[in-house]
Design a protein around this ligand. Structure first.
Ligand SMILES: NC(=O)C[C@H](N)C(=O)O
Length: 331
């Protein structure tokens, strides 16, 4: 779509339900994510041509439950290539919603630009009645050309809301209002087709971080172990045996550790594996509580999947406990 009078936006497509097709217009589950191309998506929303000159690139076409390190590496490089292009005003990335928060948090930490970068997905396939994808992509492009979106880090636009990728998480399996920033709230909203911003995160992102594209290469293995009643150390020992350099423990409450899992985590930490305590509750901070857990790092407000991303990047810089702790306190 060319209209050189309008700002130029790159739409990079990775797949997801926004590119999904179902057998019937009433089917909202059981569809195939990643079956429409970026060209199909853009062609099906002619109103985009009134907002921006659109250029597109297909990065992958997968359900985001199948996200890999290789696609992360490719996506970060391609995103930075467009951000470095003086003719581009902003970048929109279409993405499945299942791992959108992990990809987005990674981009928020490694991309270097103050241009808007917007992740967008949908909860209903493109073929569904009341599909949410077309309006979501229109609103994402509107935010991408909005001067106020500059310098706010990587953003997610869905369901008329603008969220920061550090804090947003998927909270519902199928509802269109699934993305919430539970602890700190949305950064803004889109009403009547206009983006309105009300706040921004104080945490460093994009141009302010110590991470770069180089850190996305050869990411170390980090496993998440989910806490539960009657737990033991079997899966923790298995993670270490599989070569994990880090473990995120999705603990109970304020990162509480089952006493029978503690011995496995302690022995992992003694072998140099960095262990982060996060929480399976879905909200709140994980802070110091039990004096026995001094060899572990607190995830603060990062949920287990976000803590995993930060721990992977931290491990590219250090294996020192205190230095990794500083990184978790910073971001
Ligand atoms: N709504 C969605 O996009 C879910 C889909 N499984 C995905 O993440 O690709």
């Amino acid at each position: 779509m060319t209209n050189p009078k309008l700002p130029k936006v790159a739409i990079l497509a990775t797949g997801g339900t926004i590119a999904g097709k179902a057998a019937s217009s009433t089917a909202t589950t059981g569809y195939v994510p990643g079956s429409a191309t970026v060209a199909d998506i853009v062609d099906s929303v002619p109103a985009l041509a009134e907002i921006a000159e659109i250029v597109t690139e297909q990065v992958s076409n997968i359900g985001s439950e199948d996200m890999t390190d290789d696609i992360w590496e490719k996506l970060t490089e391609i995103s930075q290539k467009y951000l470095d292009d003086d003719s581009i005003a902003g970048v929109v990335i279409t993405h499945g919603t299942d791992t959108l928060e992990e990809t987005g948090f990674l981009l928020n930490l490694v991309l270097s630009s103050d241009k808007p970068v917007i992740l967008v997905g949908s909860m209903r396939p493109a073929t569904a009645i009341s599909a949410d994808g077309p309006m979501n992509i229109i609103e994402a492009v509107k935010v991408a050309v909005c001067p106020e979106a500059k310098g706010k880090g990587v953003l997610a636009v869905m369901n008329d809301e603008i969220h920061g990728l550090r804090d947003v998480t998927k909270t519902n399996t199928t509802n269109v209002d699934t993305f919430q920033s539970r602890l700190f709230g949305a950064l803004g909203m889109i009403t009547g087709g206009t983006p309105y911003f009300f706040k921004q995160s104080v945490k460093p992102h994009t141009t302010q971080t110590e991470f770069s594209l180089q850190d996305v290469k050869d990411l170390p293995r980090v496993d998440i172990i989910y806490a539960h009643a009657n737990q033991d150390s079997t899966l923790i020992d298995a993670a270490v045996a599989a070569g994990a350099k880090g473990i995120v423990y999705a603990g109970m409450g304020n990162g509480s550790i089952h006493k029978n899992a503690f011995s496995g985590l302690e022995s992992a930490a003694n072998k140099g594996v960095l262990v982060v305590r996060s929480s399976r509750t879905g909200s709140g901070l994980v802070v110091d509580s039990n004096s026995e857990w001094q060899n572990f790092i607190n995830a603060g407000s990062l949920n287990p999947q976000k803590a995993r991303v930060l721990l992977q990047l931290a491990l590219k810089k250090t294996s020192d406990l205190e230095e990794a702790r500083r990184i978790f306190e910073t971001y």
